[in-house]
Design a protein around this ligand. Structure first.
Ligand code: IMP
Length: 441
């Protein structure tokens, strides 16, 4: 089998969903392996736009099997809404979606806890989570005592287990200062009946994805692993504590999916031609000026999940070089090239200056990163639209010079260029042939 990963190399929202959807027909399985409904993958197919949170982006292709594996945290209400929304548009998940019985559930109490986290300043700033209960759910997973997994939904002990945890959570949340309406929302009877309805509706879709995946690996299947968020949000390797609660860099694939490292062969590292970030935390190349506003407007940089305006800035080659190495990237995908078509000059961060010293390494501490000043290289803009470009040779020379410089700085060839949201607005370069991906017909 051949395992290919699609990993975001910045702070998420790199348009991974578009690539996964595009590549999915060449694969037998598409696997979502970490994160939860904090993710928002936008896929444009013809005149239709799909916004997916839980469901793997391969779902639009009926012949592709989609797996949600143990590392994902699932809010069943959100997922069922997503399944219903897709069904209304003629896409049925029952046959080609399997959800791991080992995956953990985001319960209503996790949503209440997330509100409290967001109201708390960490090192002087709120993490600015997506309010989807992600951190509290992963905390319970690691803590074990209050965790509920998919498998618990289909056990005879379900109602007792959920009522017991609900009672404990009411006490804990009361002590944390949760408002009355949030405590009322987790009344044991109410959550027990909610869980029963989830079990009924998800019946037949919950199963042993680990066994399925190992069989696929040992057979001759082609598997695409779809990362959520971006590597700079990785809990261990990102801009801690301003990160998400899972391993969103390439190193998270094996643990989250339940797949041994030997089966991973290709890693496509996805980044925008500039940078964005949602929520709190340091962002050295952030542009809090008219140029930043212009990038936000041209790139329609507003969150898929929360609608929040994204913070925008120039491409940070120090950060992407770090995350590309960490993720084992074999080819880069450079997205949103069209957004940079309207500037006289562009800047790329090639190093940082920290306390008077040049730094080429990505620092560990959020406070250090906050003090880093970007060292920029200025590159002439190409100032002409690229939305209609369909081959590498059609790009203006200035756009190609920009791409070549990013390849040099990051140290990895660009295999894919994207010039708009549509499937057709994707260009595979010569380097893509080594990706074992067939260029589009
Ligand atoms: P959480 O994952 O909801 O706990 O949020 C933690 C941080 O990760 C916040 O800064 C969020 O804005 C950010 N984040 C989480 N998911 C995404 C995503 O899919 N795209 C971009 N940022 C995200």
């Amino acid at each position: 089998m051949a395992g290919t990963c699609v990993i975001g190399l910045q702070w998420g929202d790199e348009a991974k969903g578009k690539l996964v959807d595009l590549l999915a027909p060449q694969f037998d399985l598409v696997v979502r392996y970490q994160g939860g409904a904090n993710a928002g993958h936008t896929v444009v197919a013809g005149d239709e736009t799909y916004k997916l949170h839980h469901i793997p982006s391969g779902i639009l292709h009926p012949q592709v099997q989609n797996l949600i594996t143990p590392g994902v945290v699932i809010n069943p209400s959100t997922m069922l809404n997503e399944i219903d929304g897709l069904a209304e548009r003629g896409i049925y998940c029952r046959e080609n979606l399997r959800i791991s019985e080992r995956a953990h559930l985001v319960m209503p109490w996790h949503m209440a806890e997330d509100k409290i986290i967001n109201a708390t300043a960490v090192r002087g700033e709120s993490i600015g989570t997506t309010n989807r209960g992600i951190g509290p759910c992963y905390r319970d997973k690691v803590g074990r005592t209050h965790a509920i997994r998919m498998t618990d939904l289909v056990q005879s002990t379900r109602d007792d287990r959920i009522a017991t945890v609900a009672k404990q959570k009411i006490e804990l949340l009361r002590n944390m200062g949760a408002p009355k309406e949030d405590l009322d929302a987790i009344a044991p009877d109410q959550v027990v009946s909610l869980a029963a309805s989830w079990a009924e509706r998800l019946d037949g879709m919950i199963g042993d994805t680990t066994e399925l995946l190992l069989d696929a690996c040992e057979g001759d299947s082609k598997i695409l692993f779809e990362g959520a968020q971006g590597a700079l949000l990785d809990i261990d390797h990102g801009t801690f504590p301003f990160v998400t609660s899972s391993n969103s860099s390439g190193v998270g694939v094996c643990a989250g999916a339940g797949v041994p490292p030997r089966w991973i062969h290709q890693v496509l590292g996805v980044c925008k031609a500039y940078s964005t970030r949602v929520g709190g935390g340091p962002f050295p190349t952030e542009l809090e000026d008219a140029t930043g506003d212009r990038i936000r407007k041209l790139g329609n940089e507003f969150g898929t999940t929360t609608g929040r305006p994204r913070r925008c800035g120039w491409f940070d080659a120090v950060a992407v070089r770090y995350t590309a190495r960490l993720s084992g990237v074999t080819r880069l995908a450079l997205m949103m090239m069209d957004v940079l078509s309207h500037f006289d000059e562009l800047k790329v961060c090639v190093a940082y200056e920290l306390d008077g010293h040049r730094l080429e390494r990505f620092p560990c501490h959020a406070e250090e990163l906050r003090r880093c000043k970007p060292v920029y290289e200025t590159i002439a803009g190409w100032n002409s639209p690229v939305d209609d470009v369909r081959t590498v040779g059609d790009f203006p020379a200035g756009a190609l010079a920009y791409v070549r410089r990013i390849e040099e700085l990051v140290g990895i060839p660009v295999g894919v260029l994207s010039v708009g949201p549509d499937r057709a607005q994707t260009i595979f370069t010569d380097a893509a042939s080594e990706l074992a991906l067939e260029p589009l017909a």
